[in-house]
Design a protein around this ligand. Structure first.
Ligand code: AMP
Ligand code: ZN
Length: 140
């Protein structure tokens, strides 16, 4: 009953079932690609499974694989039509990582220049951490 309640209130479940409109670029039985309302850059698109999964660790492998092939296909189309120079392909998992809609989705963020309104920063902390300690922690 908990899951039904979540799905009833889920905006992406509603887009997937055509209860609310979206600018749909691709759709099949398993997933859908539609324009993100925010358009952090022109062509910013989301790929979602039609079935409700919370995040990337929740979705089954077959659906995830299929979604990545749709990401590739839609990104190719955007690249051609929008003259995109590159992409960031991102999925935020849980609020700590900035996830605001708890229905798994993959962002396709077209890039046109390095100072686009979207940027991603990988801080270099190599001087502050011990790589071997981190490595052992993960593989132990
Ligand atoms: P995240 O912060 O990773 O959970 O991303 C959620 C994204 O969904 C945001 O970029 C929102 O702009 C986008 N979004 C929310 N509601 C809608 C909607 N009805 N149609 C399209 N995009 C939406
Ligand atoms: Zn949902």
């Amino acid at each position: 009953e908990m899951e039904v309640m979540i799905m009833d209130n889920c905006i992406f479940c509603k887009i997937a079932s055509h209860q609310i409109p979206g600018k749909i670029l691709y759709e099949d039985d398993v997933c859908m690609a539609f324009l993100d309302l925010s358009q952090t850059t022109n062509g910013h698109t989301l790929v979602i499974p039609k079935k409700h999964y919370q995040h990337v660790l929740d979705v089954d492998q077959e659906t995830l694989g299929h979604m990545m092939s749709v990401v590739q296909r839609v990104a190719c189309q955007i690249e051609e039509k929008m003259n995109t120079k590159g992409f960031n392909i991102v999925s935020n998992m849980n609020e700590v990582a900035g996830q605001s809609v708890h229905h798994f989705h993959i962002h396709i963020i077209p890039r046109y220049q390095t100072d686009d309104p979207f940027h991603i920063q990988y801080t270099d902390r190599s001087g502050d951490v011990d790589l071997e300690t981190i490595y052992q922690q993960i593989i132990d």
